[in-house]
Design a binder for this molecule. Sequence first.
Ligand code: LMR
Length: 392
Amino acid sequence: MLDRLEQQAPDALLALIKLYAADDRSDKIDLGVGVYRTDDGATPVFAAIKQAEQKLVDEQESKGYLGPEGDIGFVHALMPYIFGKDATMGGRIEGMQTPGGTGAVRLATSLAKQAGVTRVHLGIPSWPNHAQILGDVGLETVTFEHARPDGSANVDAVLGVIRTGQAGDAVLLHGCCHNPTGVDYTREDWAAIAGALADSAVLPIIDTAYQGLGHGLEEDVAGMRSLLAAVPEALIAYSCDKNFGLYRDRVGAFYVKAQSGDQLDAILSNANALARANWSMPPDHGGAAVRKVLRDEAMTKTWLDELAGMRDRLRWVRERLAQADNEVPGLDLAPLGRQNGMFAMLALSKDQIGTLRDDHAIYMAGSGRINVAGLTKHNIEKFIAALADVTS
Ligand code: LMR
């Protein structure tokens, strides 16, 4: 029976990790999978997380099961950061812990399907795993254009989808720091999207995996909050991979805004059942560490400072790339300075991406996406020169 299974290609993005590791050139540059790097190219454990982990070692008394909802203290501690001062929006938001942002997207889309959604509108390009998850969950994916060629967001495309959408449709939006383009909706765009959704049967699903890496914790979710204030219901997938540096610990959360607080119990009972059937319970450690950080003023400050440092460094890289626009006449780098977060798309051909790898030891996704965080003071000039070389 099992011999009927055909060989599958490895995930292209994750395969880059191995290709890069196998390259022994000392000046190699990794712009592949989205992990933050310091100016020395390291991805250290956050100091705040180290302190919280030490506290867990000292204080945790049991590793007994918690339940499909995970560490609810963690889930609630994040909420003021995501949703603002009225963190439940009048008792209408509740959540649960998930294995990373991927688990949260999986749970949100599975729940949407259970509630009657049959197709999901997805702006492309998007994180490749979005379409993969939707397919696996059994939802039809309908695509629209996310970004315009000039590097701005195509708000008309998403508005068109929402205005013509019907019951049974959902739209998957990126909360901030769009992956892979870095192109976010403006405040005005979010207001227009919120207004259109308020008059539409389309269910919003918002994936927020990079809060704090764009312009600031509050600034990055202001658009999403305006949308949530306007719509009757929404599903939110959240990741702590990047903004707490917890990648392999798989720390995420799923939230729902319901039409009324009375509906939350029934909705969450469905989400609990789906979680139980998928992973039973999320891994505890990373979520517990985040809870410890957020419940301690000093550790929270350490975390906020670390996050601000990351954001500033990403901004510096973006500005240097934007300035290099004249040095690389074959590419339009100027828009990168106006875009946000860890990723940007470069209009490079497959051959050019191959030459960057073969001749310059520069690794990036086949789509032309770069992880901006992989560029540092030590390697950015080499990267700019290599881009000029392959595009001349
Ligand atoms: C990425 O897009 O590089 C990250 O979100 C990591 C992943 O799981 O794909």
